[in-house]
Design a protein around this ligand. Structure first.
Ligand code: NAD
Ligand code: UGA
Length: 466
């Protein structure tokens, strides 16, 4: 069996960084080099101060501390790492296209293609190329064509090995995955490549959890998994509005249906809407692929998950405006949280961005506290929407380092991220310093509603009779 001695990973992001750190920690005999064109990011991965790693993930610092400098390296020299490696992971970003054909729907594969071309140009020895990025089904075919056209005698095996980690629990998910999926060519050399990768994971993942499939099943399983997860959130969010109208309570409904083992209890938390870099992008990708095959009903079915999610975010913002006597003009609305979920500094597609944008359209003053997100990031997120000028965004957004100053004098508080610390704040103190009536809009249903009401707050919870 092929023994992997050197691994290169192109892309030192939320997936490449933690995944390679764990692979290196568990395989001290393999040299793992993570490369990126982003010099600042690589410098941050090499920072001696582990609290300054470019991404925040609980437990990541310990893993990096153990492996970095031993057999885990972060570098900007992409060519050298490709040249030396037996196995190359491609873990670059695959965002939704913002131009041309498929704009707003299809995955932009330009970074993937650039990687393939770079590998083709540099490689002098046989390589196993692993798709770690989430890709449209049949992308491996395109990568193979690009690699094979060099005609320099190098032979390649392409594997699909999608990543299922969730942010905030990345290390836990990597250490103890439900499954590792490896798709490869159905030939002797294909199977050999699959086993080479399986042995890397085999250092800590039980063999029965390492699933081998053909390449297309593997690629499509990743998009399907994300679509199913997102669909559960949209489904419970759809029911949350029905609960508000009918007097049912969405937490009770979720519990009641979740106890049915066929449904299961996970991913049934009603919220202000799902965010994150992947759910929306991957569903659009799925919708686009379905349309490309002429499968309009399939496309429409999945697109509805996004339509529902957009509605949920909009509905939350509208609820704030109507509750605050139909105007938030010049009113201080305090946001607790900006990240798309707790325990991460990632804000991509966070519901907070869209709710803030809607409220700014109503001339509200948004004051934010998030334990991990920087002011610069929040402003970048708003500017990216292109709704108004950067100056106008700056005029409407104030970022605080202390939650109590963020909440002082607010007309309303909106909980946008489920950070645990929000639950333990001194809510009496907050109430005393707020405008009255003091409104709380709990977009994550994490606060103790009864306790808040006893203090005097007027509370809106998602999916409760309000
Ligand atoms: P990211 O944007 O955090 O990181 C991607 C990195 O690739 C960037 O640092 C970028 O500079 C680098 N890069 C791009 N082109 C390059 C090139 N030609 N050479 C060298 N470096 C290059 O993205 P991410 O969140 O890590 O996601 C990567 C992929 O993994 C995506 O396809 C995503 O869908 C998928 N994925 C993400 C998650 C997640 O939780 N974020 C989970 C599972 C799968
Ligand atoms: C998700 C998947 O869970 C991962 O398996 C996958 O690898 C990853 O996408 C990816 O491909 O990028 P992630 O986006 O990091 O992971 O986080 P999730 O925990 O899935 O949460 C996504 C969003 O849904 C968050 O905004 C979260 O708050 C929201 N959510 C989740 C709910 O509103 N309710 C729930 O019950 C669960």
């Amino acid at each position: 069996m092929t023994q992997i001695k050197k691994i290169c990973c192109i892309g030192a992001g939320y997936v490449g960084g933690p995944t390679m750190a764990v692979i290196a920690q568990k395989n001290p005999q393999i040299q793992v080099t993570v490369v990126d064109i982003n010099e600042e990011r690589i410098a941050a991965w090499n920072n001696a101060d582990l609290s300054k790693l470019p991404i925040y993930e609980p437990g990541l610092d310990t893993v990096v501390a153990e492996a970095r400098g031993r057999n885990l390296f972060f570098d900007t020299n992409v060519d050298k790492a490709i040249d030396e490696a037996d196995m190359i992971f491609i873990s670059v970003n695959t965002p939704t296209k913002t131009y041309g054909k498929g704009k707003g729907m299809a995955a932009d594969l330009k970074y993937i293609e650039l990687c393939a071309r770079q590998i083709a140009r540099v490689a002098k020895t046989d390589k196993i190329v692993v798709e770690k990025s989430t890709l449209p089904v049949r992308t491996a075919q395109a990568i193979k064509r690009i690699l094979d056209q060099t005609g320099n005698g190098v032979s390649y095996q392409i594997l699909s090995n999608p990543e299922f980690l969730a942010e905030g629990t990345a290390i836990q998910d990597l250490m103890n995955p439900d499954r590792v999926l490896i798709g490869g060519e159905e030939s002797d050399t294909g199977r050999e490549a699959i086993e080479a990768l399986a042995s890397v994971y085999g250092a800590w993942v039980p063999q029965e959890r390492i699933l081998r499939t053909n390449v297309w099943s593997s690629e499509l399983s990743k998009l399907t998994a994300n679509a199913f997860l997102a669909q559960r959130v949209s489904s419970i969010n759809a029911i949350s509005e029905l609960c508000e109208a009918s007097g049912a309570d969405v937490n009770e409904v979720a519990k009641a249906i979740g106890m049915d083992s066929r449904i299961g209890s996970k991913f049934l938390k009603a919220s202000v809407g799902f965010g994150g870099s992947c759910f929306q992008k991957d569903i659009f990708n799925l919708v686009y692929i379905a349309k490309t095959y002429g499968l309009d009903e399939v496309a429409d079915y999945w697109e509805q998950v996004i339509i529902m999610n957009d509605f949920q975010k909009r509905r939350f913002a509208e609820r704030i405006v109507t509750t605050l006597f139909n105007t938030v003009n010049d009113k201080k609305i305090a946001f607790l949280g900006w990240a798309f979920k707790k325990d991460t500094n990632d804000t991509r597609e966070s519901a907070a961005i869209y709710v803030a944008n809607d409220l700014m359209e109503e001339e509200a003053q948004i004051h934010v506290f998030d334990p991990k997100v920087t002011e610069q990031q929040m402003l970048t997120d708003l500017d990216y929407l292109n709704t108004r000028s950067s100056e106008a965004n700056r005029k409407h957004l104030t970022v605080h380092q202390d939650p109590y100053t963020a909440l002082e004098n607010a007309h309303g508080i909106a909980v946008l991220t489920e950070w645990d610390e929000f639950k333990t704040y001194d809510w009496q103190r907050i109430y005393n310093k707020m405008q009255k009536p003091a409104f709380v809009f709990d977009g994550r249903n994490i606060l103790d509603r009864k306790q808040l009401e006893q203090i005097g707050f007027e509370v809106y919870s998602i999916g409760a009779a309000n």
